[in-house]
Design a protein around this ligand. Structure first.
Ligand code: ADP
Ligand code: MG
Length: 582
């Protein structure tokens, strides 16, 4: 029903100024991935069932997108490269009800202004294809070629004449990650379309085009994830409502360390929307450990006039007329899928089972004594922060008294009581040990008796290729095993054998992040976090003593590498005062 607009056949025309003035202005070609996005969207708008993408040098040398869509009549080919030329909208009313991915008429001219472009297209009723070559945005050649029905756009030497832009590009591998992620998203949004992505001659992604979302998920996230996904469907079968939500939600036991695994589509458009992403995360509340994020593919459909796409030039943001309704529908749909189908999580406090993180002490109601101790700790930390990187703030020798809640170690020192968070403390200890060992180039790897096979997403694969060295330096010995599969032959020696594929996925996320500066430090933090004892794990007195002894050796014993306190100190003076001994 929503798609009726797509069937309308319009020819390419230049929008009248009063209509083009209403279109959100701005740059669409910021980076190679934006070119891929615009070309893929054009192919999908043309009704293609096959879309192939080929990329060289992160897209700077070549981007080629080939589709089997409806093609462009030869008489319209040059017109398509005019500013504000589109076949998708005509009037201001159309803009209030956008049914296609494109509507601005800006992509082709913008691409042609930043690169050399060749377009070859053949509509079904033509006997041959017509090609058009452009340099500096102007046609430099046109002719006829034999071609299958559909369109091929080749973009060469992107940003060659904009050295500033070219310099700004991080690296071809980083750009390839973006492109792999982008094409993955479209593959998830259009399971009926067969996508193929070739990055630097490697087949990075291929989907079946079977129309089954599960198949697309298997191509992108791997067969194991696909098999575990829970169907999302709202409302229940039969009911007719203006808003529908469908998709697949990962069960809580499959989680990730980054938010990048939530794919959100609104009327089949891949969008970024914080509130809706939050709605999905909210649906998982209580089911995922703090800091973990779900894998979910959510496809929200609502009447076109309820969504404003004309907000941002890259069309990645949308506005809803009734955002609260959209939010509620998404949250309800995902929550229902989880509650009805996910096995109830059991939280036994046995060793090795990750249980929900304890809330930080600040969040619970504490007796005044503890509150004051916390305030003191905060003051200490604030002071410590100002002198960072700290000279060694050593701990006194501590005597272990016991463990409470299988989470905190109680210890006594010359200056009162120390309550130590076992996970945070262990993280601190391991983090420093890992950093020191790396400096000595003495980070041990532990060979696995049975290699573990992991399937990686196209994006993760790009991360592996880009950071192979850092991974092996930290003890991950990988061996390619097919296009998208690796054998892990050895792991960092500090990492216990459990949930290896999850830990590995997390490393790739951390390494793939673009913003944070020091990748080695991030890897060390993640490694420490995974290897550390968890909250809820009973420890023998000997183990606690060993941990406290190592903490005493740490350079910065008072905080974990994430900045949480490792301990709360209650001084003798404070105790005396509280018990009114003085
Ligand atoms: P928009 O997509 O906003 O209309 P573009 O500059 O991306 O603007 O494309 C201009 C026009 O060229 C489109 O409206 C469409 O008619 C035509 N076109 C572009 N790419 C294709 C394609 N792959 N197949 C068929 N037509 C295309
Ligand atoms: Mg377009």
């Amino acid at each position: 029903m929503w798609m009726e607009g797509k069937l309308q056949e319009l020819t390419i025309h230049i929008l009248p100024p009063e209509v083009s003035a209403l279109i959100a202005a701005g740059e669409v070609v910021e980076r190679p991935a934006s070119v891929v996005k615009e070309l893929v969207e054009n192919s999908l708008d043309a009704g293609a069932s096959h879309v192939s993408i080929e990329v060289k040098q992160g897209g700077l040398d070549l981007i080629r997108v080939t589709d089997n869509g409806k093609g462009i009549p030869s008489s319209d080919l040059a017109l398509a490269f005019h500013r504000c030329a589109t076949s998708k909208v005509t009037s201001a009313q159309d803009l209030a009800r956008i049914t296609t991915l494109g509507f601005r008429g800006e992509a082709l001219p913008s691409i042609a202004a930043a690169a050399d472009v060749e377009m070859l297209s053949r509509p079904a009723d033509a006997v041959a294809g017509t090609y058009l070559r452009l340099a500096d945005g102007k046609p430099v050649g046109q002719g006829t070629w034999g071609a299958p029905v559909g369109t091929t756009v080749t973009v060469l030497n992107l940003f060659a004449k904009q050295p500033a832009r070219r310099k700004f590009m991080r690296s071809p591998t980083a750009e390839n990650q973006h492109i792999a992620n982008l094409v993955s998203q479209y593959a998830l949004a259009y399971p009926e379309v067969r996508f193929s992505l070739l990055l630097e001659g490697r087949q990075a992604l291929i989907t079946s085009g079977s129309g089954q979302l599960t198949d697309a998920v298997a191509s992108v996230h791997g067969a194991d994830v696909a098999a575990a996904m829970l169907p999302v469907r709202w409302p229940e079968d039969g009911e007719r409502t203006a808003i529908t939500v469908t998709g697949l939600a990962g069960p809580p036991h499959i989680s990730r360390a980054s938010r990048g695994y939530v794919s959100l589509f609104v009327n089949r458009r891949w969008v970024q929307n914080r509130r809706l992403t939050f709605a999905i995360e909210e649906a998982y509340s209580g089911l995922l450990t703090t800091g973990r994020h779900p894998i979910a593919i959510v496809d929200l459909r609502l009447p076109y006039e309820e969504v404003d796409v004309n907000v941002h030039p890259t069309k990645a943001e949308v506005r809803f007329r009734q955002e609260n309704e959209a939010f509620a529908a998404v949250q309800r749909a995902v929550r229902q899928a989880l509650l009805e189908q996910a096995p109830v999580p059991s939280l036994p406090s046995t060793a090795g089972v990750a249980v929900a993180q304890p809330t930080t002490p600040q969040e619970t109601t504490l007796p005044p004594l503890w509150q004051r101790a916390l305030e003191r700790e905060a003051a200490v930390r604030a002071a410590a922060d100002t002198v960072a990187p700290s000279p060694k703030v050593s701990l006194p020798l501590l005597r272990v008294v016991g463990q409470i809640g299988n989470t905190y170690i109680v210890a006594e020192g010359p200056e009162g009581i120390y309550l130590i968070d076992q996970h945070a403390a262990h993280e601190r200890v391991l983090f420093e040990e890992i950093c020191a060992a790396r400096q000595r180039q003495a980070l041990d790897a532990q060979g696995l008796l049975e290699p573990t096979m992991v399937e990686v997403s196209p994006r993760q694969k790009e991360v592996i290729l880009a950071h192979y060295e850092v991974l092996s330096e930290h003890g991950f010995h990988l061996e390619p095993f097919g296009e998208r599969t690796y054998l892990i032959r050895a792991v960092p020696a500090v990492l216990p054998g459990k949930d290896l594929s999850q830990a590995f996925a997390e490393f790739l996320d951390i390494l793939g992040e673009e913003t944070a500066p020091d990748e080695r430090e991030r890897v060390a933090i993640t490694l420490a976090c995974h290897a550390a004892v968890t909250a809820g794990q009973p420890l023998a007195v000997e183990e606690m003593r060993e941990l406290v002894r190592r903490l005493e050796q740490a350079q910065v014993p008072h905080t974990c590498p994430h900045g949480r306190p490792t301990m709360i100190h209650m001084s003798t003076a404070l105790l005396e005062k509280e018990f009114r001994r003085r």
